[in-house]
Design a protein around this ligand. Structure first.
Ligand SMILES: [Cu+2]
Length: 182
């Protein structure tokens, strides 16, 4: 009987931990195809304690050469870019710079959730791709930038970075197709 209670308690604790991890900053759809165009939505589901979120900044990993933010009514948008070492040939001319971070400034009460959209051309690779997010609140800040050790669950660290799990690329995405999907 005691052993059963212990197991029950452990299971409940694990569930609570998994549930709390899922309430961090995550991608609404955390699976994607390497090399594909992908619209990702970062879900912010709580503030810093009871303090509202006043800005959300996402750092775009180096392998992502194209990233476009989704504007959000009531929020101010700023995009930081840096020049590429080598221009990359692309349809309609070469890409000479890439987006390194996107910031939305506005207000999200601590007990409400919202999503922040980014359209990207994902790197042609398989495996996890981490996005560092800085959530600034009226009081306090949270840096979602921890990467769990190999083999450790995502929720095993206190402030995990939102992660996209990329499936192996399936042949090169035809360049012209992206005009028609968004
Ligand atoms: Cu959380």
């Amino acid at each position: 009987m005691q052993r059963a209670l212990l197991a029950l308690g452990l299971a409940a604790a694990l569930l609570a931990h998994a549930a709390s991890a899922a309430a961090h900053v995550v991608f609404a759809e955390p699976q994607a195809q390497g090399g594909a165009y992908y619209a990702g939505f970062l879900r912010v589901s709580h503030g810093c304690g009871t303090s509202p979120t006043i800005s959300v900044r996402v750092d775009i990993p180096p392998g992502v050469l194209m990233a476009r933010p989704q504007p959000k009514p009531g929020w101010r948008l700023s995009v930081a870019r840096e020049p590429l070492a080598e221009p990359i040939p692309s349809e309609g001319g070469s890409i000479t710079e890439r987006v390194v971070s996107i910031t939305w400034r506005g207000r999200l009460p601590a007990d409400q959730f919202d999503q922040f959209g980014v359209m990207m051309k994902l790197p042609a690779q398989a495996g996890p791709l981490y996005f560092f997010v800085t959530q600034t609140c009226a009081r306090g800040e949270r840096s979602w930038s921890q990467v769990p050790a190999e083999g450790q669950p995502w929720g095993s660290v206190e402030s995990p970075a939102p992660v996209l799990t990329l499936a192996a690329p399936q042949g090169a995405a035809p360049e012209t197709s992206h005009d028609h999907r968004h």
